[in-house]
Design a protein around this ligand. Structure first.
Ligand code: PMP
Length: 284
């Protein structure tokens, strides 16, 4: 496949980065994954905005403007066939001459991007939709989960807790027993047609799918939507539980810690939410 590295497009096998890159040594970088179907991106502006907020939080200087990113992404999509693609963008602080913790002065950021194949656009079909089975665990990641850092070991380890059991995701709770998010997803619950998700804070990633879904439900449905703390008990007795992410969109959870949710099938509110998401996602 064709990838982008530091200003040039090249074959993936030709892309080389120094082991002294701070992305490699420290996970010192920010990334994004933008879904694209038939050449159209979902939430492009919001993804680039989050990338720029993350770079500013880490004081990483990157000269790319929104237009530069747009051009880069369009070119990557075109050279990779315009199908169902995830566009991975990665900016590390850059390559230093030595390994030292302090931010070095005036090194150029390393910019890498590539496209990978993803599943076709999710459908709001209760018969064919994937049904996720998940476990819960105490959130043992760091306290800056709002930053989309390439340092993902905390997330990777939680994901592996689920994967080792043959399950899809690990849903996390903070030290007070309140829901944060999944290892690579945001979490929603539904009770009596009220849709509830934890509020934004340093404990969760501000997911773009979460943001789009909240806007779409508020604008295009009569459902009550709440951003507020969610306890584990509330999650376990919910009518529906959903995971959201760029590639999954809205995904129904049917089992948590071996206990069934609802009637163990994607529910009616899920069906409405995914169908509205499918209808309006390109408008944001
Ligand atoms: N939380 C975490 C920890 C994630 O890694 C992701 C996926 N990037 C999400 C939530 C979902 O975010 P988005 O909807 O922007 O893909």
């Amino acid at each position: 496949s064709v990838v982008y590295l530091n200003g040039q497009f090249m074959q993936a096998a030709e892309a080389k980065i120094s082991p002294m890159d701070r992305g490699f040594l420290f996970g010192d970088g920010i990334y994004e994954v933008i879904p694209s179907y038939g050449g159209r991106c979902v939430g492009f502006a919001a993804h680039i905005q989050r990338l720029q907020t993350g770079l500013a939080a880490l004081d990483i200087q990157c000269a790319m403007t929104v237009q530069d990113w747009q051009q880069l992404v369009q070119q990557l999509i075109q050279s990779n066939g315009e199908g169902n693609l995830g566009i991975y963008l990665h900016v590390s602080r850059g390559t230093d001459t030595k390994r030292a913790h302090a931010y070095p002065k005036a090194i150029a950021a390393t910019i890498f991007a590539y496209a990978f194949e993803i599943s076709a656009e999710p459908l709001a079909d209760t018969e064919t939709a994937p049904c996720y089975k998940v476990i819960t665990a105490e959130d043992l990641r760091w306290q800056r989960c709002h930053i989309k850092s390439t340092a993902l070991l905390g997330n990777v380890m939680h994901h592996q807790q689920a994967a080792a059991l043959g399950l899809n995701e690990c849903i996390l709770f903070d030290e007070h027993g309140f829901l944060t998010e999944g290892s690579s997803t945001n979490v929603f619950i539904v009770k009596d047609t009220v849709v509830i998700t934890p509020p934004l804070s340093h404990k969760i990633l501000p997911g773009i799918t979460r943001q789009l879904l909240l806007s779409i439900l508020r604008q295009h449905s009569k459902l009550t939507v709440e951003e507020r703390p969610v306890s584990k008990h509330e999650l376990l007795i919910a009518d529906e539980v959903w995971l959201t992410s760029s590639s999954k969109e809205v995904a129904a959870v049917v089992e948590v810690d071996g206990l069934r949710i609802g009637n163990q099938r994607p529910g009616p509110v899920w069906q409405l939410a995914q169908s509205l998401f499918s209808q309006y996602k390109y408008e944001y």
